[in-house]
Design a protein around this ligand. Structure first.
Ligand SMILES: NC(=O)c1ccc[n+]([C@@H]2O[C@H](COP(=O)([O-])OP(=O)(O)OC[C@H]3O[C@@H](n4cnc5c(N)ncnc54)[C@H](O)[C@@H]3O)[C@@H](O)[C@H]2O)c1
Length: 422
């Protein structure tokens, strides 16, 4: 395939050199004459293990060349990768000026081109950029004359390991404007040895996924570092603590606890986070990641409250009030907290939970239940059938299969708000 690469920084050079090493003809373009000269002479402009060797071979095989002329490089190619920088401005906003400039130049260039060009953005860009900034740059004639298609494929390479990462990518994510560019990219990615598993998503999902992935990496590092601060204070080896965490691949290093949904609660997570924050305070340690988790959780409850106020009508009722599905444990239930908050706004709130047998509640749970009844004075329905008849808006938490069965059976139109879907 004939491919141009615009922006010969870390991403552009690695992408270009690796693709050219597979036999694709790659035409690199950069504003920097110095970089272009170095690359043309087989010299890497930065350190990257294994890349210079591949670059030299590609130059000998005439599969890689570089130039400062965008037109010359585009003329040679069917597909172009835009790999220019998208750095932060002082206020945190992403500086899209380089990407806008390149795309405006491509739009101008396309007017005099007599064949189609696939344009794939590889730079990291905020959600909404392709639809709100990139696509509007191209003029209608170019669009109507099928001069181009747009795709976005975020890059996941790690500097220092990027050649390996290129040939064994952790993930390939593609968002495309049409089938033509999608098929071309699939063909290209399939030419990389190893198992190709593509994920086709919307532009916004691909754009946001790149930030999500980097935020998660940063979160993991900061999490481990804060645990390390506490470990050292108590003569515990932080590596032993984190190795234990990593060795649990059922709950810790797994897909568990990563599904977006409603706030957590229960007898352990809030209590143990409070304990860690307290230990840190006592020892003058600063652990903002760990000590802000509960604040983040409270914000999810507030968000649910606002959503319910906006989207409910008539009589409201909660189905599922324990802290999670499959338990009758009411301790630190985030649903109860939500009901307390909403009780200031609603005169009457109905409740039903198929996991609670009121007559069998004991100990702390019985006390929580009694206090709840005393303060909120909810209308309690033991049978799902009676519950659904009495409410217009059902706020559901967990499976609550009986409630759904009754809704289906009765054919009654109900406004259902699932706390896990807000
Ligand atoms: N570096 C990484 O590890 C990495 C990994 C994944 C994604 N990314 C993302 O990829 C993008 C590129 O990152 P990078 O580290 O390669 O950037 P970089 O700053 O190293 O390289 C960008 C290159 O683009 C060139 N350029 C700017 N405007 C140009 C124009 N109009 N025409 C031609 N060339 C132009 C610059 O001269 C520079 O050489 C960024 O959005 C970054 O967030 C980077």
């Amino acid at each position: 395939m004939n491919i141009s690469i615009i922006g010969l920084g870390y991403v552009g050079v690695i992408t270009g050199v690796c693709l050219s090493s597979l036999g694709h003809k790659v035409f690199g373009c950069d504003l920097s004459k110095e970089k272009v000269k170095m690359l043309s002479n087989g010299v890497m402009p930065f350190l990257e293990y294994g890349c210079e060797e591949l670059l030299k071979k590609s130059i000998l095989n005439k599969t890689f060349s570089a130039s400062t002329s965008l037109k010359d490089m585009l003329d040679e190619s069917d597909l172009t990768f835009v790999c220019v920088g998208t750095p932060s401005l002082n206020n945190g906003e992403v500086d899209l000026s380089s990407i806008k400039k390149v795309l405006k130049d491509i739009n101008e260039y396309l007017k005099n081109r007599d064949r189609w060009l696939g344009i794939c953005i590889r730079s990291t860009i905020p959600p909404g950029t392709i639809n709100n900034t990139v696509i509007p740059i191209f003029n209608v004639e170019n669009y109507l004359n099928n001069k181009y298609s747009i795709a976005f494929c975020p890059e996941f390479l790690r500097e220092g390991n990027s050649v390996n990462d290129f040939f064994k990518p952790p993930l390939t994510v593609t968002a495309s404007s049409d089938n033509k560019i999608k098929m071309l990219l699939n063909e290209l990615w399939s030419s990389i040895p190893g198992k190709f598993q593509g994920n086709e998503v919307s532009f916004e999902e691909a754009e946001l996924y790149k930030y999500t992935s980097n935020a998660f990496h940063a979160l993991k590092i900061s999490f481990a570092n804060e645990i390390s601060l506490i470990s050292k204070e108590y003569n515990a080896n932080p590596n032993v603590v984190m190795d234990l965490l990593k060795s649990d691949t059922l709950l810790n290093i797994s897909t568990k606890y990563l599904r977006p949904g409603y706030a957590f609660g229960g007898s352990c997570l809030p209590k143990d986070l409070r304990a860690l924050s307290h230990l840190a305070k006592k020892n003058n340690l600063v652990i903002p990641v760990l000590s802000n988790i509960l604040k983040s959780n409270e914000n999810i409850i507030l968000n649910a409250k606002n959503h319910i106020i906006k989207n409910s009508y008539g009589a409201i009722g909660f189905a599922g009030i324990t802290f999670k599905d499959g338990t009758d444990d009411l301790r630190e239930s985030s649903v109860l907290k939500l009901i307390y908050d909403l009780s200031k706004k609603y005169d009457k709130i109905s409740v039903h939970d198929e996991n609670i047998d009121i007559n069998n509640l004991t100990g702390v749970n019985l006390k929580i239940w009694q206090k709840f009844i005393e303060l909120i004075e909810p209308v309690v329905y033991e049978k799902a059938e009676d519950f659904i008849k009495s409410v217009d808006t059902i706020i559901i938490h967990g499976l609550q299969e009986n409630v759904f069965k009754e809704i289906r059976k009765s054919n009654l139109k109900k406004n259902v708000i699932d706390l896990n879907e807000i």
